[in-house]
Design a protein. Structure first.
Ligand code: SF4
Length: 261
């Protein structure tokens, strides 16, 4: 057996039949651990690298388990027929997959060697040396750019944005299929000026496509289930009209735009 198939990493979920995280029907593998702490994060159980207890509806379960590349590929392979028909494949999400970059590289390599389309959802907050080895095995890089103002970025995510913006520039230069995704969070980045600034940066580095993801509260109960509080309790999701207006801004800046997935 190829050694890289034995590479082990830590995940907190695998979801089959997703249509929101890259083209077609996909299997999503959620890596555990992230360097950011976005206040709106809908997967708070993916933020810590260590396993945790999560209590939901009176039941407690452990989130976080170790698994090999080969074990994941055996699951991913089950839906090959759907990938073929829909143009789908494997997406690595999280958490932040660059926190386990060798594991991500080996999983992407395994998928490519089996002829499976590959994508990652990643905010790019990692040294370039961790990103570059993934690129030969990637079909789509779905990259979050959340705000152009570094201080505001840090106040809502715990980290500044310079490294993210620089990595976006390098990824776009080395790899054509970079799609920028921006979660639209009221009180953080939901003005036309803020979205326009991100769209202009994306366009300036050669990106062709930008997706806007409306804030939602689906992860709220998980914060309490982890013994944490949810700091955006007062925030309402953006209206359809607001999302349409922001999508118009993306289109005006010459990008292909999309709301939702
Ligand atoms: S980068 Fe993604 S996974 Fe990490 S805290 Fe932010 S929203 Fe959550």
């Amino acid at each position: 057996m190829d050694d890289y198939l034995k590479t082990s990493g830590r995940i907190f979920d695998i979801q089959r039949f997703s249509v929101h995280d890259g083209p077609g029907i996909r299997t999503i593998v959620f890596f555990k651990g992230c360097y950011l702490r976005c206040r709106w994060c809908c997967n708070p159980e993916g933020q810590e690298f260590f396993p945790q207890e999560l209590t939901m509806n009176g039941k407690t379960k452990t989130v976080g388990r170790d698994i090999t590349v080969e074990e994941i590929l055996d699951i991913v392979e089950k839906d090959r027929i759907y990938y073929k028909r829909s143009g789908g494949g494997l997406t690595i999400s999280g958490g932040e997959c660059l926190g386990q970059a060798d594991f991500a590289r080996d999983l992407l390599r395994g998928a490519k060697e089996r002829g499976i389309n590959t994508a990652i959802e990643s905010t790019g907050f990692a040294p370039w040396e961790k990103i570059e080895p993934l690129i030969p095995y990637l079909d789509v890089y779905l990259m979050d750019i959340k705000h152009m103002d570094s201080a505001k970025h840090k106040s809502f995510t715990s980290q500044p944005n310079e490294l993210i913006l620089e990595n976006a520039r390098k990824i776009a230069k080395n790899f054509k299929k970079l799609i920028v995704r921006t979660p639209v969070i009221p009180t953080f980045n939901d003005t036309e000026d803020e979205i326009r600034a991100i769209a202009r940066y994306a366009k300036s580095i050669g990106v062709e496509e930008m997706h806007l993801l409306p804030y939602h509260r689906l992860g709220k109960d998980k914060y309490y289930g982890l013994g944490r509080t949810y700091s955006l309790e007062e925030i309402e999701p953006p209206s359809k009209e607001k999302m349409n207006a922001l999508l118009d801004v993306v289109l005006q800046e010459g990008l292909k735009g999309q709301k939702g997935g």
